[in-house]
Ligand binder design. Structure first.
Ligand code: GDD
Ligand code: MN
Length: 368
């Protein structure tokens, strides 16, 4: 029988919460999904023997599976482990401490049935909220969200509650992604790396913890910031920018070589300005060919055909000429191309022009 839903419950010291949660979840899901679901508890060898209670429960509830991890720890890697073992078309995660009301799962499920790729339980939409959180906790949660919006606007801004740990996602949206979350926030990893189209949000009130203690420590906040920065760098495709810089450097040498060959030393002995313009244009052609076949190869391959390649070249040329004019106006490198000190003295400005050129070409010439 193909399973529709695999719901993961990460647990650490939840011995007093896990039974009431499983009783509520199984009665809700039996009614909605019959037997086409599984609940996978991933416990990190809880000292309070949550894993033992869960194993005893699994004798009673055939839909319940238990993974007891020994020597590994961490909420998000526990969920990843559960998703790895999961068989369902839809993957989900819910906390074990009843702070996520089990009945909200049915609303998430109906959003998935309507066709959503991702259904998120949110505290910040109609019907959402938190029980009596301290001002500090509210400030920290909203602060974390604002920081996320600054570092990863295109990701964090897609949902109203990116901190939520209660959501369902289509497995196929994660098919070719390698998820590698840090800390507590799995949802931002899914949003950043999954192929997520339709997102639906369901309001819920984040309840008071029933029993036991929250495991959130300072470390989770540090992990969250590290996670954001790591995602930012990976989404920036940092190695693409490095390639762009290397190609730019090759262009400087092409420029120098042709300037030397065309102007004073060669038989051609062209006037300096004319040889400079020809050398600069040859350097631009060099850079375009390398960028199109190496730096932006993956994007160029989605735009086949000579006409589109010529269009990319014209845009690239115009952007580079603008950069060249900036060099002439502010760095005066145009005629002093062999003066390496001038490059060193202006490294900062050259870096800014390179980043500017990279971003413009990525957005305009290669349109990513
Ligand atoms: N396996 C495992 N390993 N589970 C863990 C670990 C761990 O190291 N640490 C926490 N958990 C489990 C807890 O047992 C609980 O089921 C769930 O993860 C959330 O842990 P809490 O300690 O209750 O976190 P919280 O109440 O502060 O909730 C915050 O984080 C949750 C997870 O992202 C809030 O932001 C929630 O919205 C969010 O769902
Ligand atoms: Mn909790």
């Amino acid at each position: 029988m193909s399973l529709l839903l695999s719901l993961i419950i990460p647990t650490y010291n939840e011995s007093e919460n896990i039974s009431p949660l499983i009783i509520q979840l199984t009665s809700l899901l039996d009614r909605t999904l019959e037997q086409k679901y599984e609940i996978i508890i991933v416990d990190d060898d809880s000292p309070d023997l949550t894993w033992k209670i869960a194993q005893d429960l699994s004798d009673q509830y055939p839909q319940l599976k238990v993974i007891r991890r020994q020597g590994e720890k961490g909420l998000s890697t526990a969920v990843m482990k559960g998703w790895e073992k999961a068989q369902g078309e839809i993957l989900g995660v819910i906390d074990a401490d009843l702070q996520h009301p089990p009945e909200s799962l049915l609303q998430l499920w109906s959003e998935i049935e309507k066709g959503a790729d991702l259904a998120v339980a949110s505290r910040h939409v109609e019907g959402g909220g938190v029980s009596d959180w301290s001002l500090l906790r509210r400030f920290l949660s909203r602060g974390a969200q604002t920081l996320g919006l600054i570092i990863l606007p295109g990701v964090i801004g897609r949902v109203s509650d990116p901190m939520s740990g209660f959501f369902l996602v289509r497995r196929r949206c994660l098919a070719n992604s390698t998820l590698n979350p840090l800390g507590y926030k799995i949802l931002i990893e899914v949003l950043a790396k999954g192929k997520i189209g339709w997102i639906s949000e369901v309001g819920y009130v984040f309840q008071e913890r029933q029993e036991g203690q929250s495991k959130v420590t300072k470390q989770q906040y540090i992990d969250y910031i590290r996670h954001l920065v790591r995602l930012r760098l990976s989404l920036w495709r940092f190695e693409r920018f490095i390639r762009f810089g290397v190609v730019g450097l090759s262009g400087v040498f092409v420029d120098m070589a042709f300037l030397y060959l065309l102007s004073d030393s060669s038989t051609l002995g062209l006037p300096l300005t004319r040889s400079k313009i020809i050398a600069a244009e040859l350097a631009i052609i060099n850079n375009f060919l390398w960028n199109d076949s190496w730096t932006f190869r993956d994007i160029a391959q989605t735009q086949p055909g000579k006409r589109r390649k010529i269009k990319r070249f014209i845009k690239f040329n115009l952007i580079c000429l603008a950069g060249l004019i900036l060099n002439v106006l502010f760095l005066n490198i145009f005629y002093n191309i062999f003066d390496l000190n001038r490059y060193v003295a202006n490294l900062g400005a050259i870096a800014i022009v390179t980043i500017w050129n990279y971003w413009l070409n990525l957005k305009l010439s290669w349109r990513s």
